[in-house]
Ligand binder design. Structure first.
Ligand SMILES: NC(=O)c1ccc[n+]([C@@H]2O[C@H](COP(=O)([O-])OP(=O)(O)OC[C@H]3O[C@@H](n4cnc5c(N)ncnc54)[C@H](OP(=O)(O)O)[C@@H]3O)[C@@H](O)[C@H]2O)c1
Length: 337
């Protein structure tokens, strides 16, 4: 396959390059694209030095699969151009996910949607939604999901390299003064917050994403979790209440989920289903640190409600850069093969 990686210099792009090699994806030719800022830079791939091309100026002919992680604005412009030149685009941004003519795919859950590529574009879900899908899908199949209340705990790398830098800078700013934080957060100057609406180091910010302009008070991360879960699971009226928070974690998004089903659940059966579910690993204590750098969604704290057996709670953590973005995109490319 002739493969193009768009956003190759970014966090997701670099994980994509690594995963293509790890999974032995049959690459005959690779091309790397980014903005004019990084054009000309050389990146190693399987022993070769590959020059990064300016995506605005490049000729895309010959590319068969294009893996995109260059943000929604660039994707809106570039994805149709690359698809028109003959490639299938697998896009990581929010640009195309809710387009009726673009399938939104998690291979383990709704891989059959690969048959419905109308625009030459396939969308990859948002990294938080992605972590939950392999866990909720088998439970939905067994009992019929109809409502979710979820609180997310999202890592700074979900906001790009700039988010990682902001947390790192604030942690290093604190330096040896860290013990003071135990008594009085204001005793320590955590530096400027540009990416996040409050200091993210040693903190929990109950607003991940930006407020949507519909008067609901929801952020776009919260509406993405609702809309994308509905589309992937095929439950048009799924009732989702989400509160998305940003936490001082480098990589690994987590969700605390309480779900309601049409039928009665049991903890024992839920554990059996999750044990068998693809891309899911059952553990006693799922954490983002456990998930970072690994492929599965780690799920634990699974329990049916004491008085309402239609209600089940669980906690799930997954790597937002791997399954949440790069790995799922490569798995979609494998489905295309
Ligand atoms: N981070 C996550 O957990 C995550 C999860 C799911 C999806 N995503 C999606 O993936 C995108 C990238 O995330 P990231 O964390 O890798 O961000 P990042 O580290 O900031 O990297 C952004 C990449 O996009 C490139 N880019 C920016 N504007 C461009 C343009 N106009 N034309 C071509 N390339 C352009 C950048 O190239 P330069 O080097 O030239 O600036 C860089 O390679 C996000 O915007 C989001 O849509 C991210």
């Amino acid at each position: 396959m002739k493969v193009g990686v768009f956003g190759a210099t970014g966090q997701v792009g670099s994980v994509m390059r690594a995963i293509l090699i790890e999974r032995d994806f049959p690459v005959d030719e690779i091309r790397f694209f980014a903005s004019s800022r990084s054009a000309g830079q050389k990146i190693e791939f399987k022993g070769d030095q590959v020059e990064v091309e300016d995506a605005d100026l490049a000729d895309f002919s010959g590319i068969e699969v294009a893996l995109f992680s260059c943000g929604a604005n660039a994707s809106k412009v570039l994805a149709p151009r690359v698809a028109k030149s003959g490639a299938v685009v697998v896009d990581n941004s929010s640009a195309w996910r809710m387009d009726d003519d673009v399938p939104l795919i998690v291979p383990e859950v709704n891989g059959v949607e690969i048959k419905n590529i109308k625009k030459g574009i396939i969308a990859n879900p948002n990294c938080t939604t992605m972590v939950a899908m392999p866990v909720l899908a088998p439970l939905h199949k067994e009992w019929g999901l109809n409502r979710i209340v979820a609180t997310t705990f999202q890592a700074v790398s979900g906001a790009g390299g700039a988010g990682v830098k902001e947390l790192a800078d604030q942690v290093f700013d604190v330096g040896q003064d860290v013990s003071k934080l135990a008594f009085d957060g204001s005793a320590v100057d955590l530096g400027l917050s540009k990416v996040f609406p409050a200091n993210v180091a040693f903190n929990v910010i109950p607003m991940a994403g930006s407020l949507v302009n519909d008067g609901s008070g929801d952020t776009n991360e919260e509406t993405k979790l609702r809309d994308e879960s509905r589309k992937i699971l095929g439950i048009a009226d799924l009732d989702v209440t989400a509160t998305c928070t940003r936490v001082g974690v480098m990589t690994g998004h987590s969700l605390s989920i309480t779900a309601w089903f049409r039928n009665e659940t049991s903890t024992k059966k839920a554990l059996e289903l999750l044990e068998l579910a693809p891309s899911v690993e059952l553990v006693d204590i799922p954490t983002p640190l456990l998930a970072a750098g690994r492929d599965p969604s780690f799920v634990g704290r699974v329990r049916s409600h004491y008085s309402d057996p239609t209600q089940l709670s669980l906690f799930v953590s997954g790597d937002n850069l791997r399954k949440g973005a790069a790995l799922n995109a490569v798995q979609i490319a494998e489905l295309l093969l």
